[in-house]
Ligand binder design. Structure first.
Ligand code: GCU
Length: 418
């Protein structure tokens, strides 16, 4: 009897746990009614009618809320950061550019290396604009170019012992069309997420949390992994200011999926990024949380408990209590050029929610006098729209970043960075 009761208790507990994350909704007609927090009203109810009120009151207020309730508060500069150029190879990437490998050490003792791949267009005269983005599986996975160094032995920590064969050269080359980007006059700077923070819940012992937090107790607003990755983008930008090949005032920060969420947070927190690109960033990125379409706050915070700060967990199944929605994250990037992209089969990331979020955020761009997206209906598949300083497309196909996406990003960057 006792056993039966405890079995029933266990069963009901697991049913409760399952009930906490409802099955994903993919039906527009089942989206619950919701009201978005007004970007142009301060928390004290004051209307934001001009750039001054936006920049002095509403923007800092929103930024603080995103820090405290979602991504967590990042630290300042690391002590003793320094860089070492490892090698330079001309005529790399099929002859389209020079490959430079630089190790950026985030500490004075040189125990925390970040391996940067820097691709510079062939024959560049003077510093060039660049796309800066983190990669998932190692620099060697972004290209078949044999000159790109394969990290010795296993990849760092990822998921506790993933086999190195998963990280083969060129495995993600379709995501990094170097020749195309270089031939349009842009450098590419990339490094692996695992160099910064392992992408699993390690109790924040490894990675930059271990380096920067010095064993301090964690609280509800302590930085998560996405904040750590975003912080590292700023550190790499610090380095780029010292690299004569790159014009650090013309750096576009870009990311796909979880790294798209990261690029948005980097763009929001570091105004030095001249342009920001979110590729299929979805929940916790560009997509509106209140739509609860595809991935939800409850789902993301349970599947990836290390990505955000602890406070964010409390908004699972409680989206209406959020003091912001993701249009606020996009608005923090104004007035810098911002491009959001979705993919037609990527319903998990809620393409419509990504567009609507940008549509709402573009009202803040209008405060600065830039044309806003006029239409709450997303454009058709592969009919990119650019209005003022905001751009959007929905590509045909799956969750990914491919040449079609890059072609739009390069064309968008050409308007602002060349
Ligand atoms: C998962 C996760 C998404 C994330 C994606 C990725 O699908 O649920 O939120 O964007 O992984 O990073 O590839």
């Amino acid at each position: 009897m006792k056993q039966l009761i405890s079995a029933l208790v266990l069963l009901s507990l697991s049913l409760c746990a399952a009930a906490q994350v409802p099955a994903p909704n993919y039906d527009e007609s089942k989206i619950p009614p919701y009201t978005l927090p007004d970007l142009l009203t301060t928390s004290k109810g004051r209307p934001v009618r001009n750039v001054r009120t936006w920049e002095r009151i509403r923007r800092p207020e929103l930024l603080g809320l995103f820090e405290k309730e979602m991504f967590g508060i990042s630290p300042g500069f690391p002590q003793g950061m320094h860089a070492r150029v490892e090698k330079e190879v001309e005529n790399a990437f099929g002859g389209a550019g020079t490959l430079k490998e630089v190790t950026l050490f985030l500490d004075a003792a040189g125990t925390f290396p970040v391996h940067l791949l820097i691709a510079v267009p062939k024959g560049a005269k003077g510093p060039v604009p660049a796309f800066l983005g983190i990669n998932f599986c190692g620099n060697h996975a972004t290209t078949f170019d044999p000159e790109v160094t394969i990290p010795g032995g296993k990849m760092p920590v990822h998921s506790g012992g993933t086999k190195v064969t998963e990280y083969e050269r060129g495995a993600n080359a379709h995501r990094w069309p170097y020749e195309y980007i270089l031939s349009h006059g842009y450098a590419v700077v990339t490094y692996c997420r695992e160099d910064i923070d392992p992408d699993f819940d390690d109790g924040f012992r490894n990675g930059v949390h271990g380096l920067m937090d010095g064993g301090k107790a964690r609280g509800g607003s302590s930085w998560g992994t996405i904040a750590a990755w975003a912080w590292s983008l700023s550190r790499v930008l610090d380095y780029l200011y010292a690299d004569p090949a790159i014009d650090a005032d013309r750096v576009a920060v870009i990311g796909h999926s979880r790294l798209g969420k990261t690029a948005l947070w980097a763009g929001a927190t570091d105004p030095r990024f001249a342009l920001v690109i979110s590729n299929d960033s979805g929940c916790g990125g560009a997509a509106l949380s209140r739509r609860r379409f595809g991935e939800t706050v409850a789902k993301i915070t349970t599947s990836f408990p290390h990505w955000f700060c602890k406070n964010f967990d409390t908004y699972g199944n409680n989206e209406d209590a959020l003091p912001f929605d993701q249009h606020g994250l996009l608005a923090l990037i104004a007035p810098r050029p911002l491009y959001v992209a979705s993919a037609s089969e990527d319903l998990w990331a809620d393409p419509k929610g990504e567009y609507l979020s940008l549509y709402e955020a573009s009202k803040v761009y209008a405060l600065y006098g830039f044309e806003s997206l006029g239409d709450p209906e997303p454009p058709g598949v592969e009919e990119p729209v650019v209005r003022g300083r905001t751009g959007y497309h929905i590509r045909n196909g799956k969750h990914n970043i491919v040449l079609y996406d890059w072609m739009q990003y390069v064309a968008f960057a050409d308007r602002f960075l060349q």
